[in-house]
Design a protein around this ligand. Sequence first.
Ligand code: ADP
Ligand code: MG
Length: 683
Amino acid sequence: MELTELKGIGKTTAVKLQEFGLTDVMDLLFHLPLRYEDKTKITAIDKLTGFSYAQVEGEITKSYVTQGRRPILVCEIDDGSQFMQLKFFNFYYSQKIKMKTGVRIRAYGEIKHGMYGMEIIHPEFTLGEEQPALAQSLTPIYPKSEGISQKLLQKAAAQAITLLEQGAFKLDELLPAQWLSAQQMPTLSDALKFVHKPPPDADVMKLLNHTHPAQQRLKIEEILAHFLAMHQARSAIERLNAPLMPINKMQKQQLLSRLPFELTGAQHRVVNEIHHDLARNHPMQRLVQGDVGSGKTVVAALSIQAALVHGKQAVMMAPTEILAEQHLLTLKDYFPEHEVVFLSGKIKGKIRTEVLAKIASSADVIIGTHALFQADVIYRNLALVIIDEQHRFGVHQRLMLKQKGQANDLTPHSLIMTATPIPRTLAQIAYANLDISVIDELPPNRKVINTVLLDNHKMPQLAERIRHACDKGEQAYWVCTLIEESEHLRAKAAQDTFEELKDWFPDLEVGLIHGRLKSDDKQAVMDRFKANEIQLLIATTVIEVGVDVPNASLMVIENAERLGLSQLHQLRGRVGRGNRQSHCVLMYQAPLSENAQVRLTTMRETNDGFKIARQDLKLRGPGEILGTRQKGSMEFRFSNPEQDAVLFKQAKSMAADLLQSNPDVCEKIIQRWQRQAQELAKV
Ligand code: ADP
Ligand code: MG
């Protein structure tokens, strides 16, 4: 039903609402209140203790403006039980004139304990002997955006509910009636009516905490829709055929014997899980989570090996050229008898044509960046797609690459590797469409990185640390966390730091790398750093992911308070990759916000990526963590994987039952909520 069919909504308003993501009357119903105001009753002033918000009504006994730097209008009222003050910091004198002694006033607002008893600052109020009738239900307060008034949303939602009550449109109940009654949950339409128009006796605390059965009813269907959609996506791929690529012990050993180390138990386990998938004729859909430095690259190589023994192609995609080049070197080393080629945005013209020709004919392993899935890249027989550090890639880029292999009706296997671990429970929700492997062990002899916090003023102490590391033949990173508004200014500021540090350390070889350098120049700097020709490398956060220079043992991060936990953890992971004792110095600018303090102490106290991820989740919430990194992979409007863990569990098992018993209903649930999710994604 069109929004313009509602009273008070003309074309212009409808457009504004649409821009806000509310396209029709149904959307209004699913646009739920954030909180409620209780204007259904008047509370006696002597009973106000314990209320955070309340409505009072009494007679004005006195009103005056205080003398001071900032005049305050104070209005004292008495309701027969007690007296209290209403205070206005912003007011008109005309307002004071109306607030005469003896006039009746009704006021609503946040109750505070003032110097002279209870008070409300800036209450909403009405004056006069004839007060309007009390509200019949709690007043919903909706999330809104600029240009849309709360009143407008309230009126529109109220009309939508009335229409629903009158049966003007249908909202099928899709959950099994038995289950609803067993859980004592209302139907969908009753739940919607309740949350938009809670009766005066509703449990307000539960509503405010989002734990009321009516809210739970809405959440469970939302979560159910998520699991069903994930399942649908998964089984759609599962139905496709993929190349069979079993690998035997000897073939595995070929690569293992070339490594300068033994695999860890966790690496072995994950490799086995992957090889098991590759020996099936349906596409692997697996996510490997492993902390920084846990050795994901070699796991990727062993997966590639399976493709190679069957004469098939494998591609590995990295988010940056630096990383891709690093993988190129490593994999060339691991597979000297195979043709390993490289494709990225910087490969152009004749060379690109040559590379494309190789990819279409002879190449076995293809390494690169997102350039790998441009339309004109044709693969000979792509059988395995590996995506490193997947949070840098959009979901749809992944799909495009997947389609590359479908020429002969075979879909490539896909493996996604991420160094930003998220807690297992959250992973199982966010990646319900994937199998998950975890490399939960670091290679032996890794020393725990020693992390210290240092005030920005303590530069001499820091200088000494840098000198100490370099004197031992080790190397250091210096990361500038610049908040300049453009890449150009960031590069310039990094340049300034570089000049300054060259002055500080005239005897050291200092290098500079930032996002504005041409990719060849970037590579040249990284090569020199790798070869230990640069001792101190000044960098912007471009080095965040993946760079592997085991001889680097000191990481300095300037203004570490500006970065989030996972980014700090990634950066710190650039050291501690060899077997020498490494250090990380987090410089900060005092005073620190409470949140920054927690982040920095967490970093000091643990090196464990999973612990850090849990803390990150606490600080930022799941929406923030998944939302920014994996757009579209998980957006819940009502539910929260942390808070609603029980519902998530229930929804998961309900999804399994429903898929068996009622596929038609499953489809309907997905559609109802997918539409909601799509609308939201537009906002
Ligand atoms: P990440 O998981 O961060 O991608 P890498 O694959 O870059 O980690 O590995 C980090 C370093 O550890 C590399 O230098 C790699 O050669 C080394 N490494 C990997 N596995 C092992 C192992 N089992 N024993 C010793 N060193 C290992
Ligand atoms: Mg890596």
